[in-house]
Design a protein around this ligand. Structure first.
Ligand code: BDP
Length: 696
C-alpha cells in the first residue's frame, strides 16, 4: 500500500453484512447523461462498485432502477421525482435521496448540472466507503463557496516552493504531448472533495508561463481536468508586459499595457475556453506590482479584471503584503494598504487574504481584514503544505486550524459574524466567493509526503464546500476512507489527529508566540535569529523577549494592531483577563513572573507547554503502535518512523526554545522536567545542508 490511492481506495467492503446490504440495494442502475462529465462520473461509479462490492449493478433504462442518476433535463424519471423547490438554487450541488415505493427502494442522485451529478456520485461513494446506511437518505448539498481552488507554488523548473512531497506534478517538458494518468487521478481526488479550480504555477511567478508554449501546456492540463469540473488558473507576473511583451512599462494605467493584457487574455481563452483567471502576488516580497508606478492594488487588479471580464474570468489579488521600509508592525500592513481600497475593486476581483496577519504560523488569530472590507469579496487562503508545521515529517491534521479560523467571530456585524460568514459571502451578500489552499502535493508516490498530510488536502476540500463541517467529522470520514472502518482504530487515530496541531503549537510556538523558526528554509527552531537584513525576517522582532518578559505588545501601548479588529473582538484581545491564553503573546508583552489563569507564572506555563508538546508526541507514538495489525504494514511503518523523527525534533524545538528564553528570564526549568540534552550554543550552531528549500 503506497498511499497513492489517497482516500479513494476501492477495496472490497470487509463488513459482510454491510456488503450484502449494499449489493441488494444497488442491483440496477439507470444513469442518464452523455457529457464528458457524465462519462467520468459513470466510470467512477463503475470502478467504485467493482472494487467496493465486487459486482457492478446492471445498467438499465427502467424507471424503477435501484439507482437513478441524472439531471431533471436528461432524465424524465428524475424530473418527476424531484420537486422544483428541491432544485431551487442548487447550482453545482446535488440531491441524494432514498424513495420507497410499493416495498421497492430506489436511490436517486440528482443535480441541476452534470457537475452536480458528479459530486453526488462521489457522495454516494463516500457513504459506502464510510459504511453508512443508504436506506433513508435525504441529502441536499450546495457548495457554500463558489471558487474552491488549490494554489500550486510550482516553479517552471520543476521545483515546488515550500513543497515537501517531491517535485512538481506538472511535467512541463512532456506537455502538451504527453499527459500522465496521474493528472486524471489528481482531478478525481479534487472533484471527490469538491475542489473546482487549480492555479498551476507559483505566486512568485515567472512571466514565461504566459507565453504560447506554456499556455499550450496549461491547456493540455485543462483538457484533462475539465470533465471533473476543474478550471485552470495561472499566477500572473505583473511585469509580464515588459518581460515577454517587449513594453517599457507595466503601469496598469498605461493604454499599451492594458491592450497587451487584453490581447494576452484573448489568446489564453483561445487555448483554454474555460480559463478561470489570474492569481496575483504584487508588491510583496520583491514581486513587481502597481505600486512600482505609484498606482494602488485596486488599479492593478482592475486592469487585469477588465481584460478578463468579457470571458467571465476572475482576478484573485493577494493581500499578503508587508514592507520593512514601513516602520510599523508587519502584522498591520495588509489592513493598512487594503482597507482604504474597500469598494474600489471591479466586480470580478476577489482579494485573497491569508488566515492570519503574519504568515501561516502554527497559530495566528484571524486576519483583521476579515470583516473589515464589506464591499469587497474576500477569499480565504490556507496553507496546506506545512511550511511552519514540520514539513511533511510531522503529523499535523490542519482541519482543526481551518475550523478555528472559519469559526472565529469578527463581530463585524455584531456577535456571530464569523470569518466563515465573510468568506461564504453571507455576511455582506457577495455572490462571488472563494477559498484557496496552498497545495501540499508533489511527485511523491503518496502525493503529500506524510500519509497524514493527505488529510489536509481532503479536509480543505470538504470545508471549502461546507465550512460548517466539524474537524472531527471530517477526520472521521477521512480515516474511514483512507485507513479503516474499525471503530477502535478510528477512535485512536482521530484522537491523534485532533490533538496533533495543538501538539505542534506546544513544542514550537505556545501561548501566541510566532515566527521563531530558522531563517529562509524555516526548518527547526531559531528564536535567536536576528540581523537577517530586515527586522521583519528575524525572530527577535516577533517574540521581543527581554529580562522583564516576552511577547509583542499589539495593544494601545504598543503597535495597536488590536485596533484593526472590530471593537468587540479588539476588547477581548486587549483584556488580559479575557484573552485566550493561546493568543496571549501575540498581543501582549507579559512579565515572566505574571500569573496566568492557570495559576502558573508565565515562565512556568511556557515551559510546561513545551514539555507537554513533546510528551504528546510520545503519546501519539504509543497510540500509533497500538494500530499494528489494524493498518497495512507499509503505511504503519512509515508513520511510525516519521513519528520517531517528530519526537526527536519536538525535543529539539523544546530544548532550543526553553534554553534560549531562559537566557532572558533567568528562571530555572523545574527539576521534575528532563534536562535539555545540550547547551544553547549547541542548538544555535546546528547547520543543515539537507533541508528542502535551503540554498546551499
Ligand atoms: C511565505 C513563504 C514564501 C511565499 C510567501 C507567499 O515563505 O515562500 O512566497 O509566503 O505567500 O510563507 O507569497
Amino acid at each position: 500500500e503506497t498511499g497513492y490511492r489517497l482516500w479513494m481506495r476501492y477495496d472490497r467492503i470487509e463488513n459482510n453484512k454491510q456488503l450484502e446490504q449494499y449489493r441488494s440495494q444497488l442491483q440496477t442502475i439507470n444513469f442518464q447523461g452523455h457529457s464528458i462529465t457524465a462519462q467520468v462520473a459513470k466510470k467512477e461509479i463503475s470502478s467504485a462498485f467493482n472494487g467496493l462490492l465486487g459486482t457492478e449493478p446492471k445498467v438499465t433504462l427502467s424507471s424503477s432502477a435501484s439507482l437513478l442518476i441524472g439531471t431533471p433535463e436528461n432524465s424524465p424519471q428524475i424530473k418527476s421525482l424531484i420537486t422544483p423547490k428541491e432544485l431551487l438554487n442548487l447550482s453545482d450541488g446535488y440531491l441524494v435521496k432514498t424513495f420507497h415505493n410499493k416495498g421497492q427502494q430506489q436511490i436517486v442522485i440528482a443535480g441541476l448540472t452534470e457537475k452536480g451529478v458528479l459530486y453526488g456520485v462521489f457522495h454516494l461513494i463516500r457513504l459506502m466507503k464510510t459504511q453508512q446506511s443508504l436506506s433513508a437518505l435525504t441529502i441536499r448539498e450546495i457548495p457554500s463557496i463558489k471558487n474552491r481552488v488549490l494554489n500550486h507554488w510550482d516553479n517552471l523548473d520543476g521545483t515546488v516552493e515550500r513543497g515537501y512531497a517531491g517535485t512538481s506534478l506538472w511535467e512541463w517538458h512532456k506537455l502538451p504531448g504527453f499527459t500522465q494518468t496521474r493528472y486524471t487521478d489528481y482531478a478525481r481526488a479534487n472533484a471527490s472533495v469538491g475542489i473546482n479550480g487549480t492555479v498551476l504555477n507559483n505566486v512568485n511567478a515567472n512571466a514565461l508561463s504566459l507565453t504560447k508554449p506554456y499556455l499550450l501546456k496549461a491547456a493540455a492540463l485543462a483538457n484533462v481536468f475539465r470533465p471533473y469540473g476543474i478550471k485552470v488558473y495561472l499566477s500572473a507576473r505583473f511585469s509580464s508586459p515588459i518581460e515577454i511583451g517587449g513594453l517599457k512599462t507595466a503601469d496598469p494605467l498605461d493604454p499599451e499595457v492594458k491592450r497587451w493584457w487584453s490581447m494576452k487574455v484573448k489568446e489564453i481563452y483561445a487555448y483554454i475556453p474555460d480559463f478561470g483567471g489570474f492569481l496575483v502576488k504584487a508588491n510583496s516580497e520583491g514581486q513587481p506590482g502597481p505600486q512600482n508606478y505609484g498606482r494602488s492594488h485596486a488599479d492593478g487588479a482592475n486592469m487585469l479584471a477588465d481584460a478578463l471580464a468579457p470571458f467571465d474570468g476572475i482576478v484573485m489579488w493577494r493581500a499578503f503584503v508587508y514592507d520593512d521600509k514601513v516602520p510599523d508592525d508587519r502584522a498591520k500592513q495588509a489592513y493598512n494598504e487594503f482597507k482604504p481600497l474597500d469598494g474600489k475593486f471591479r466586480a470580478n476581483v476577489l482579494v485573497q487574504v491569508k488566515n492570519g496577519a503574519v504568515d501561516f504560523q502554527p497559530r495566528e488569530p484571524f486576519h483583521p481584514l476579515f470583516g473589515a472590507m464589506p464591499a469587497t469579496p474576500l477569499m480565504m487562503e490556507f496553507q496546506l503544505t506545512q511550511e511552519y508545521l514540520g514539513f511533511s515529517t510531522h503529523l499535523a491534521y490542519l482541519g482543526t486550524l481551518f475550523k478555528e479560523t472559519l469559526a472565529a467571530d469578527t463581530y463585524a456585524k455584531g456577535k456571530g459574524s464569523t470569518v466563515a460568514d465573510v468568506v461564504t459571502g453571507k455576511l455582506d451578500q457577495h455572490q462571488l466567493t472563494g477559498i484557496a489552499g496552498v497545495a501540499n502535493i508533489g511527485s511523491d508516490v503518496n502525493w503529500c509526503g506524510h500519509p497524514f498530510a493527505q488529510s489536509n488536502w481532503y479536509s480543505f476540500g470538504r470545508m471549502a464546500w461546507n465550512p460548517g463541517l466539524s474537524a472531527t467529522a471530517v477526520a472521521d470520514e477521512w480515516i474511514r476512507m483512507t485507513f479503516t472502518n474499525d471503530i477502535n482504530a478510528i477512535a485512536t487515530i482521530k484522537e491523534m489527529m485532533m490533538g496533533s496541531r495543538e501538539t505542534i503549537v506546544n513544542y514550537m510556538t505556545p501561548l501566541g508566540l510566532h515566527h521563531i523558526m530558522a531563517r529562509n528554509h524555516h526548518y527547526g527552531p531559531g528564536p535567536w535569529v536576528k540581523d537577517a537584513g530586515r527586522a521583519d525576517w528575524t525572530s527577535v522582532y516577533y517574540h521581543k523577549a527581554d529580562a522583564v518578559g516576552i511577547g509583542f505588545d499589539r495593544t494601545a501601548t504598543g503597535s495597536n494592531a488590536i485596533a484593526q479588529y472590530s471593537p468587540d473582538a479588539a476588547r477581548e484581545f486587549a483584556d488580559l483577563a479575557n484573552i485566550p491564553d493561546k493568543y496571549l503573546l501575540w498581543f501582549h508583552h507579559v512579565k515572566w513572573s505574571d500569573k496566568l489563569r492557570s495559576g502558573n507564572t508565565l515562565w512556568d506555563e511556557l515551559v510546561s507547554h513545551y514539555y507537554l508538546g513533546v510528551r504528546d508526541v510520545a503519546k501519539m507514538q504509543s497510540q500509533w503502535k497500538a494500530m499494528a495489525g489494524k493498518i497495512d504494514e507499509d503505511r504503519f511503518k512509515e508513520v511510525a518512523e516519521l513519528l520517531e523523527i517528530q519526537h526527536e525534533e519536538a525535543k529539539w524545538w523544546r530544548d532550543a526554545c526553553v534554553l534560549y528564553f531562559q537566557s532572558f528570564s533567568g528562571l530555572p526549568i523545574p527539576a521534575s522536567y528532563e534536562k535539555p540534552a545540550h547547551d544553547l550554543a549547541y542548538y544555535e550552531n546546528l547547520r543543515f545542508y539537507f533541508v528542502p528549500g535551503i540554498k546551499n
